[in-house]
Design a protein around this ligand. Structure first.
Ligand code: PMT
Length: 406
């Protein structure tokens, strides 16, 4: 599976550095070309000769060791990477990565690399829980760095807690899954909606909501990362622009409905993360409404429920809706799943801190026809999106296998 892939394995200085030998060996056995970079501290725990022997390549230790005068070593190494894997990653290297520091071969190569990065942290339980480390990891997650979470158990420092490097097998599996996921949705068309719709009262005033579009953008990115042909239909958003998919800008619920329907027949997956207005003004004034009266009454009418319309017209599509709830999450989510004929409903309790509108994280529960499918802890929206895509792919594969067996 890793045949022809170049993985740059960065080893930083913690006791778990010895486990990097097994990781290196397993990656080589799986067919990868492994180029190892060690920090000075890592060499106190494990000899570069071990990694050189296992990887069958020289180990990079110093930025100024320029073995080949025709290239600049750290740039050449960074450019060669299909994936950067940092295992173990200490609090120090996480801090350097988050803040763009480049004072040794590993941090300099990381700064020069455009390849995706997987990080397997390992450190003392209190260091792992330190706000500075948490903030650095959040910054890295925001940039798309993936984490193989440390395990809980007896740590080398004598403490029992979270911070132990994940097992080499799990880290290698995460690498293999990452490469496999790149093609999972090749040839599939995915339509995602994001942001808050805008319903105009007059040329300068409108009704909208707090949706930033971050959840929808993260989902579009996760689908594109799996090789899908993605169209994101975006209403009002403040999410940073991302490359790798088409963005169609719309304003109102009606425009979003049209844009989605235009693409529905050829779509394989539709994910409705947008916060769509349930009501719009009956009259849209063509000039600015004047403040002549003490009171102003605006009459609203229902918009079309896009998700419900899609559910009614569903043929082969896998349809995913969201549910923004503040109470009785399961009851309302299951009601939406049935009423709107969705395959999955992602419910977020928007009354919780760190969940829902306009924040970088979300806390979601995923519901299917059988009830609760999974309950995720507070995660960065990118991670939520990634796990949701994995769940969708898994369900689509099971459905295809079921149909093939008929
Ligand atoms: O954009 P962010 O700041 O990142 O925030 C993310 C989010 C909170 C907006 C997102 O996670 C979310 O919950 N989106 C759905 C919000 C919503 O409108 O929920 P709802 O429970 O009112 O609607 C249920 C489903 O029906 C949604 O999939 C919605 O897109 C859809 N709907 C609703 C009304 C309508 N007229 N047409 C629809 O398609």
């Amino acid at each position: 599976m890793l045949q022809g892939k170049t993985i740059v394995l960065g080893i930083s200085g913690g006791i778990a550095a010895y486990k990097a030998a097994t990781i290196c060996s397993r990656l080589v056995q799986a067919g990868a070309q492994v180029r190892v970079v060690m920090t000075a501290s890592a060499t106190k725990f494990i000899s570069p000769l071990t990694l050189q022997t296992l990887s069958r390549h020289p180990v990079y230790l110093d930025t100024f060791d320029e073995f080949d005068p025709s290239v600049v070593a750290h740039i050449d190494l960074a450019d060669s990477a299909d994936l950067m894997l940092i295992a173990p990653a200490t609090a120090n290297i996480l801090g350097k990565m988050a803040n763009g520091l480049a004072d040794d071969m590993l941090s300099t190569t990381l700064l020069a690399a455009t390849a995706p990065v997987i990080v397997a942290p390992a450190m003392n339980v209190h260091m792992y829980a330190h706000p500075a480390v948490e903030r650095n990891m959040a910054v890295l997650a925001e940039r798309g760095v993936r984490f193989v979470e440390p395990g809980t158990g007896l740590l080398a420092c004598g403490y029992v807690g979270k911070g132990r490097l994940s097992e080499p097998e799990e880290i290698v599996l995460a690498v293999q899954q990452w490469f496999a996921s790149k093609t999972e949705l090749e040839g599939k068309s995915v339509v995602v909606t994001a942001g808050g719709t805008v319903e105009r009262l007059d040329p300068v005033r409108f009704l909208t909501n707090d949706s930033s579009g971050k959840m929808g953008f993260a989902i579009a990115e996760a689908a594109a990362n799996r090789g899908a042909n993605v169209t994101l239909i975006a209403a009002r958003t403040t999410a940073p622009q991302v490359e790798g998919f088409n963005v169609v800008h719309v304003e109102s619920a009606e425009q979003m409905l049209e844009a989605v329907l235009e693409r529905y027949d050829s779509a394989d997956i539709v994910i409705k993360a947008a916060a769509v207005a349930d009501y719009r003004p009956v009259v849209q004034a063509s000039s600015k409404i004047k403040k002549n009266e003490e009171r102003l009454t605006i009459e609203l009418e229902r918009t079309t429920d896009i998700l419900k319309t899609l559910g009614e017209r569903k043929s082969h599509q896998f349809l995913v809706g969201f549910a923004a709830e503040t109470e009785q999450v399961e009851r309302y989510a299951m009601d939406k799943l049935v009423r709107k004929n969705a395959d999955l409903i992602v419910a977020n309790d928007v009354s919780k801190d760190g969940a829902g509108f306009n924040v970088d994280t979300n806390v979601v529960q995923v519901f299917g026809a059988e009830g609760l499918v999974e309950s995720l802890p507070m995660l960065h929206k990118r991670e939520v999106a990634d796990r949701l895509m994995s769940r969708i792919v898994q369900r689509m594969q099971a459905r295809a296998a079921g149909e093939a067996a008929k």
